[in-house]
Design a protein around this ligand. Sequence first.
Ligand code: ASP
Ligand code: MG
Length: 412
Amino acid sequence: MPRIIVKFGGTSVADTARIEKAADKVVAEIKRGNQVGVVVSAMAGVTNELLDYCAQIQSGLDSTDYDAVVASGEQITAGLMALALQKRGFKSKSYMGWQVPIITNGQHGRARIDDIPPDILNDAMNEGVIPVVAGFQGITKEGRITTLGRGGSDTTAVALAAALKADRCDIYTDVDGVYTTDPRMVPNAQKLALITYEEMLEMAALGAKVLHPRSVELAMAWNVPLQVLSSFEPSIGSDLPGTQVVREEDIVEKQIVNGVTYARHEAKVTLMSVPDKPGIAAAIFAPLGKAGVNVDMIIQNISPDGQSTDMTFTIPRGDTALVESLIKDLPDIEGGEIRMDSNVSKISVVGIGMSSHSGVATTMFSTLAERGINIRAITTSEIKISVLIAEEYTELAVRALHTAFALDKDVA
Ligand code: ASP
Ligand code: MG
């Protein structure tokens, strides 16, 4: 019997009426002859409310009891979903992370799953029980409750699908799939039927917030076929109405560019006239790495005089004050001027076919040039090209690139 893990996000379980609708989908899958395990998020808004309670007591506490509070939202929905399934005449049981158990490391607030012994859930499923597992939460070896980071229920679902050797993991959400770009910005954006894990990872990291990036990493590592679909549409996952995230080998026609993404959450830092000598990059970036600052694009100019050079890089916007203070303290760059620019936006094109095609960069750069958009920094990987531009051109750039790479939906 095919086994499916289905996960319902916060908007899909936002109230009891929606929980009942979600339960109907689970029932429809079972009637199709599938064995189903369910993972749920907290009701929409609840996790934020719980975080707010913690902040009211004290902010910035690194405490295990913070996790005890924020994990509780999922307990409510897991219980309610089990009740809704029982009401429909099925055997169902809720499971908290500790009851499975979902064993994680001890990094509270952003724990990683180490192990999921499958026996308890396997036995339940083989007895005809529909397990409903609380997403987002786990337990350490020492027996303390952990959470997996915001959006972490996706990761619970994929990890369970891997542990239980499921045939597919369906992530029900409030959008009907993954799009070529943000449909709110570009009305001609198209839903992708298929996308590779690699592309999805890039798009998730670059700001397409449909899936928790860690869940995609896990799906890729364990070869879990993943589908993103809407819980508000009448169809169920087995009809494959959403976007399927699969291995490269499973896609016959590889698109050169599958998506255009944008991220407004970065800032550009330029260090003027730093000494041009061995060790300078290490001296600048080591303290940033140690402080956990995620540096993305890095550009070092040549030095015309062989003495000093300019170094430009990007950081998350929220880290500007931290970075400024770390750099000011560096003896090596003393006297050099620091320029911070938060008015930037990172635009990327992503596509698995890019690795075997030339000309993508040229198309990207000339498209932006034709619109008079200046590129301030560039980075590339096998399947992605990113540029940094002035923030006010974000929309123009995304639209122009979406058209240039022939991603616009045909409008009849
Ligand atoms: N409830 C958690 C959050 O809001 C986890 C999740 O929904 O995936 O981040
Ligand atoms: Mg989510």
